[in-house]
Ligand binder design. Structure first.
Ligand code: HEC
Length: 168
């Protein structure tokens, strides 16, 4: 699971080598969404470092990575999954189209959390993290602490992958 290694902060070089391998043979919309996911992964990795206090806390950097996540989520993400588009090295599961509403909801949650993270960039860290409910508005998310919002983002990646991505 590359996501776990990304969140665990394992050597970047290994991640890049895997990405190049995974992308060979990908074409069209499959390649486009793999590239989008890689952009998401790079931003998430940087945010994980900040959230774990391994790298410096900088609101502008947080806003910029949050913007990258926002740009590639919601409908920008779902439009890269036309019906039954599984080809080449794609790890997309057919469950996506059998449960389109849940898949879209997960993409929308990522967009909402990423937008909220941009608003929360100046809020600092929480020592006690309480989870963010499904019904939270962008403004409510924007009032939370950076590491709380980041934890919810990481959960969203994991839960979507657990259900809709098959490891090859
Ligand atoms: C709405 C569901 C969904 C969400 C949310 C999501 N992903 Fe993905 N992700 C997928 C699917 C499906 C694939 C497989 C796409 C394919 O291979 O065709 C994937 C693939 C990937 C890949 C592999 C790309 C490649 O080169 O093969 C990475 C890395 C990744 N996601 C990271 C993330 C991170 C980090 C997050 C959270 C910030 C995230 N994803 C959120 C559904 C999602």
């Amino acid at each position: 699971m590359r996501l776990i290694s990304i969140l665990g902060g394992i050597a970047v070089s290994g991640g890049i080598a895997t990405a190049v391998l995974a992308h060979s043979g990908a074409a069209g919309v499959v390649k486009q969404r793999m590239d989008a996911m890689e952009a998401i992964a790079t931003a998430t990795k940087a945010l994980a470092g900040i959230s774990a206090r391994k790298t410096a806390y900088d609101p502008q950097t947080i806003r910029s990575h949050a913007m990258t996540l926002q740009m590639h989520s919601g409908q920008s993400l779902t439009r890269l999954f036309p019906k039954d588009s599984i080809s080449g090295p794609s790890e997309a599961s057919p469950e996506i189209w059998a449960n389109w509403q849940d898949f879209s909801a997960s993409a929308a949650r990522l967009e909402k959390l990423a937008t909220g993270l941009g608003l929360a960039a100046d809020n600092g860290f929480a020592t006690v993290r309480r989870s963010i409910g499904r019904g939270a508005t962008v403004e409510q998310i924007g009032a939370r602490k950076v590491n709380t919002v980041f934890a919810a983002i990481a959960d969203t990646c994991k839960s979507c992958h657990a259900r809709f991505r098959v490891a090859k």
